[in-house]
Design a protein around this ligand. Sequence first.
Ligand code: C5P
Length: 305
Amino acid sequence: MGGATARVPAKINLHLGVGPLRDDGFHELSTLYCALSLYDEVTVRAADDLSVTVRGESRRQVPADATNLAARAVVALATHAGTDPRVAITIAKNIPVAGGMAGGSADAAGALVAAARLWRLDITRDELLAIAADLGSDVPFSVVGGAALGTGRGERLLPVLHRGELHWVLAVAGTGLSTPDVYREIDRLRARDEDQPTAAGTARPDPLLQALASGDVHAVAPLLHNDLQPAALSLQPMLRRTLRAGREAGALAGIVSGSGPTCAFLCADADAAVSVAAELSGSGVAKAVRTASGPVPGARLVPIN
Ligand code: C5P
């Protein structure tokens, strides 16, 4: 029986500005996504029933049933194509779960790309991106990858110009954070403190876009920003120690990734990232420490083994 495998990157948000809560329960965003070289692999094979198998250290934290976003992606694509979603999905999980790095969205994007190949669908990129957007705010970016400005609830994308590679160290926390909980917490904090001088809201991050286009990591570093960071720190105060440890280890800057709790540290170059990762590993502030670089392309088919 045939099969197809897609490799899909994790993401971080170099800028995450959170605007007002909308009537549909989402917040209006202005965000700069960056795909990183940390990948999940999603394989889809023709089968008698729809099933999900998850491999990797964190497999027990991921639902292996129809609620998995990859399974929902396959069902949505099958409905669009008028076919049966009878496939066995295998996810090789490497992106931190509930880490603010779009791991679930990556799996959904991978399932879409792999199933579209398996079924030899004649589907346009725009149709695929519309299905992706229905599955989750970050899923279209997981398909596209690279570096992109996200607006709306994050699903409307514009590619942005970037030069060179950015080198990162990721500090993965022992306990995940739920994205809705973090957004609820930002609403609570905002209702409590009327004055939020540091919030970026929906303004376009022009200085950061210019820095990214110039390829100067030292210009990018001070412009990293995340409006969700205070909410993630409020829910996991220990992350303050992690952020401090990364900077003390020699990173140029550190931020909470998306809704957290993974912390992302930008380093001057690949060697600096290895040295920051080694020091951070020894500091005991994170469950796991990884290095990654980006921007990298989004979901791509890979030869099946
Ligand atoms: O779109 P996604 O399924 O990733 O969103 C998960 C949850 O995160 C939403 O249900 C909502 O609570 C919150 N969210 C939000 N505003 C966004 C994106 C997500 O409030 N722009």
